[in-house]
Design a protein around this ligand. Structure first.
Ligand code: ZN
Length: 458
């Protein structure tokens, strides 16, 4: 069997890249390692995706689907005998309907491209995350991406009205619903959203768009205590009357990291508070919203919830404040980061972070600990940086320290990044045996030959 020749017969010569050329591609955005695969197929249509999958399923080949390659859990890792299916040539925005407030897009559309297209119609696609310039809509759906505005608009799952997917045997399932309300049996699209490419390949989507906000107010505030920060979350949500669109927390060490040279950012508030927050509100009236925003911060200061605050006076200043939050790349400086994306109830959060900080020196020796995240969603990004030479030894030890306590408090080992290969061994902390058995049953029903993204999740 000559896979490359066979696939070329199905989708054209330029649609297939052979193993040699595959090895020139990086395994992910900003990654140095090279990809391996028997072939990489780049179909142009849903029907071609069907043809590739039908062929691979018949021949017993395994298929790994690729989107924008900005994932963080090795969900797109392929081996030398696998076929990679890339959606990079299925990337048109087919239609934006301003009255229905929907977009019909192909899976390979890059997130930022859709954000810009919606903007031209006075609308917004509210999913937003650091990888917006490379992440694709199909990938965001397959991983149920979260990001910065979940507190207001939910995760990717909440923005998908319908989709089209191709099953392992090549069957095309068209479920391009564009209605907000449609209770007509099982919501089949949900199987593919967050399915990490194990149940089908998403090829097209109907997405819900929202009105583009007229006003955008951003502040950076500091709190003396965790309780103050939690109090501020409730206060801001209440005082801003539904306008709160982001509530991002930073623990002191992360704030110092991104506001101290050689990082480009400068500290908008002094550096010795234990907690900092970036708060954003969006609404429909610039003047009234700005006044409400300022009043909300003022009353928070009066009530002692926060100790200091600075409000962005222009969109340039707002961008500079967001740039601090987005400068996560600093954690790669001078060491190797072990990255976590966890959820836990707010009531358990302070104790969890204190216990972790106390345990790490004995567990791994010299290290740095940075914590930040989407407090409004109960989602923390915990980063433990160690020396490159001790990374391999430290990683499983730190993972155990971070993940094990989550079980008792009902936390999750993955808030928004997914499981992939990276967190597979830890899945039982967040999912019961019965739940995993049910997942396996669904997998068997839709992909009996285990063609799609084998070995991922469980
Ligand atoms: Zn995040």
């Amino acid at each position: 069997m000559d896979i490359v020749t066979d696939l070329r017969a199905l989708i054209g010569a330029d649609g297939v890249i052979d193993a040699e050329e595959v090895a020139t591609r990086a395994i992910g955005v900003g990654r140095a390692e090279r990809m391996t695969a028997a072939a990489l197929a780049r179909p142009k249509t849903t029907e071609q995706v069907g043809a590739v999958l039908h062929y691979c399923n018949e021949k017993g080949l395994k298929v790994v689907t690729h989107g924008g390659m900005s994932g963080l859990v090795r969900g797109t890792q392929a081996g030398p005998t696998d076929v990679v299916l890339s959606l990079e040539r299925i990337r048109a925005i087919e239609k934006i309907d301003p009255d229905q407030r929907t977009a019909i897009v192909q899976a390979g559309v890059v997130l930022e491209q859709l954000q810009n297209a919606a903007d031209e119609h006075g609308l917004q696609f509210p999913l937003d995350l650091g990888g917006r310039g490379s992440a694709t809509i199909g990938g965001a759906a397959s991983t149920n991406a979260g990001g910065n505005r979940v507190i207001r608009y939910g995760m990717m799952r909440d923005m998908v009205l319908g989709l089209e997917a191709v099953l392992a045997d090549g069957t095309i399932v068209s479920s391009m619903n564009q209605l907000i309300k449609n209770n007509t049996g099982y919501d089949l699209k949900q199987l593919f959203i967050g399915g990490e490419g194990t149940l089908g390949v998403i090829t097209r989507l109907v997405l819900r768009l929202r009105e583009k906000p007229v006003s955008n107010n951003v502040a950076f505030v500091a709190a003396e205590s965790f309780a103050g920060m939690v109090g501020m979350l409730r206060h801001a949500d209440r005082a801003l009357g539904g306008g709160l669109s982001a509530f991002e927390a930073m623990w002191n060490a992360f704030y110092r990291l991104v506001t101290t040279p050689p990082a480009a950012g400068r500290a908008p508030l002094k550096q010795d508070y234990p907690y900092y927050m970036l708060i954003e509100a969006q609404g429909g009236d610039q003047e009234a919203d700005a006044a409400r925003f300022a009043a909300a911060l003022e009353s928070a200061l009066e009530q002692g919830l926060i100790a200091d605050a600075v409000i962005a006076q222009s969109q340039t200043e707002a961008k500079a404040l967001w740039a601090l939050r987005d400068d996560v790349g600093q954690v790669r400086r001078d060491g190797s980061p072990i990255v976590f994306d966890i959820s836990l109830p707010i009531a358990a959060m302070e104790r969890f972070t204190q216990d972790l900080a106390a345990a790490l020196p004995d567990a791994v020796g010299a290290h740095k600990l940075w914590i930040f995240g989407h407090l409004g969603d109960g989602n923390l990004h915990v980063i433990v940086q160690v020396a490159p030479e001790s990374y391999a030894q430290a990683k499983p030890i730190v993972e155990k320290r971070v993940y094990a306590p989550l079980k008792a408090v009902g936390g999750s080992i993955s808030a928004e990044h997914g499981i992939g290969l990276e967190k597979k061994q830890w899945l039982p902390i967040s999912r019961s045996e019965t739940e995993v058995a049910m997942m396996r049953a669904i997998k068997r029903a839709l992909d009996p030959k285990a063609t799609l993204n084998p070995g991922k999740i469980f």
